[in-house]
Write a protein that binds this ligand. Sequence first.
Ligand SMILES: NC(=O)C1=CN([C@@H]2O[C@H](COP(=O)(O)OP(=O)(O)OC[C@H]3O[C@@H](n4cnc5c(N)ncnc54)[C@H](OP(=O)(O)O)[C@@H]3O)[C@@H](O)[C@H]2O)C=CC1
Ligand SMILES: C[C@H]1O[C@H](OP(=O)(O)OP(=O)(O)OC[C@H]2O[C@@H](n3cnc4c(=O)[nH]c(N)nc43)[C@H](O)[C@@H]2O)[C@@H](O)[C@@H](O)C1=O
Length: 326
Amino acid sequence: MGSQDNNVALSSNSFLAYKSAKVFVAGHRGLVGSAIVRKLTQLGFTNLVLHSHAELDLTRQSDVEAFFASEKPEFVIVAAAKVGGIHANNTYPADFIAINLQIQTNVIDSAYRNGAKKLLFLGSSCIYPKYAPQPIPEDALLTGPLEPTNEWYAIAKIAGIKMCQAYRIQHKWDAISGMPTNLYGPYDNFHPENSHVLPALMRRFHEAKVNGAKEVVVWGTGSPLREFLHVDDLADAVVFMMEKYSGLEHLNVGSGKEVTIKELAELMKEVVGFEGDLVWDSTKPDGTPRKLMDSSKLASLGWTPKVSLKDGLADTYKWYLENVNL
Ligand SMILES: NC(=O)C1=CN([C@@H]2O[C@H](COP(=O)(O)OP(=O)(O)OC[C@H]3O[C@@H](n4cnc5c(N)ncnc54)[C@H](OP(=O)(O)O)[C@@H]3O)[C@@H](O)[C@H]2O)C=CC1
Ligand SMILES: C[C@H]1O[C@H](OP(=O)(O)OP(=O)(O)OC[C@H]2O[C@@H](n3cnc4c(=O)[nH]c(N)nc43)[C@H](O)[C@@H]2O)[C@@H](O)[C@@H](O)C1=O
C-alpha cells in the first residue's frame, strides 16, 4: 500500500492558517515539547493547552478521556513519553514499554474520539533494525531484529506508528508520525546515568573542568556513529509536518550528519574547555553501531535542518551554564 493511499484531504485541516486553534502539546516541559511550544509561540499560536505530568498523568486512561472530553483540542502533538539514554533503556525495560504504550494509546484514542482534526506522534530512530541499511529509509521498519538495549522502547514506538496508521485506515483520521534522530538542546535531561550521551558528556566535562579533574570517563569504545539534530530544528520540522504532511508512512527527521562518539567527546571537550584526558569504559554498552537516517522524503517536501552540531553544542552549553549549573 503506497503512502498516499490513505491520505486525508487537508483542505479543512490547515494548521498554520488558524493560530487561535486549540493545540494540545503533550509533554511540554521536556526537551522536545518545550521546543515545540517555543516555536508555536513564535509563530503566534494563542491557544496552547499545556498540562504537566503532575497535573495530568497520561498513563491514566480515565483521566485522559475526561481531559479530552472537556478540552476537545483541535490539534494534538504527542511529545510525552518515558525517555532516556542507553543505560536507562537497558535498566528499566518494563517502564519503557508499559508507560509508553499507555501514554500513546490513551492520547491517540481519546484525540480521535473527541474530534481532533490532526495528531502527530513522535517515535525515535531506535525503531529500526540494529543492522538496518545506512542511511536508514522509512521502509526498513520491521525488516530485522532490534538493538537489544532499547527493544522495549522501540516496540512501544512501533506500536504508536501502527496505531496512527490503523486509525487513518479505518477511520480516515489524520494521524501522522515523525521519527526524530538523537536530539539535544535546552531543557534536555542532564542526569549522570539516565540521560543521552550529549547532555551526559556536557555535564561530566563541565564538572571535571570546574573540579580540576585530570580525566573524564566516556562509555563504550567511542566507535558507534550517531546523528544529532538540534531540538529547535526538530520543532521546526514538527510544525512543517503538521502543515504539509498527511500520509500513512512515518517520516524520518534527521540532520544527515553523523559523528563517532569519540568525535562527539572531543568536540564537547573543546566547547566546554576541559583540558584533561578521555578514558573509555568498555564495560558499558555501545548500542547500535550506526543509525544515520535517510531523511530525503521530508527534504523532498521542502524541509531542511539549519543548526550545525558545533553551533548547537555551543548554544546548549550556554543554556546549561545559565539554567542548570546554578
Ligand atoms: N531526546 C531524544 O534524543 C529523542 C526524543 N524523541 C522523542 O521525543 C519525545 C519527547 O522526548 P524528550 O522531550 O526528549 O523527553 P523528556 O524526558 O525531555 O520529556 C518528556 C515529557 O513527557 C512528559 N511525561 C512523561 N511521562 C508522562 C506521563 N505519564 N503523563 C504526562 N506527561 C508525561 C514529561 O512531563 P513532566 O516534565 O511534567 O514530568 C516531559 O514533559 C518522545 O516521544 C521521544 O521518544 C525521539 C528521538 C530522540
Ligand atoms: C535517542 C536514542 O537513545 C538511545 O540510544 P543511543 O543512541 O544508544 O543513546 P545514548 O545517547 O544513550 O548513547 C549513545 C552512545 O554514546 C555512548 N556514551 C558514551 N558516554 C555516554 C554517557 O555518559 N551516557 C550515555 N547515555 N551514553 C554514552 C553510549 O555507550 C552509546 O554508544 C536509545 O536507548 C533510545 O532511547 C533512542 O531512541
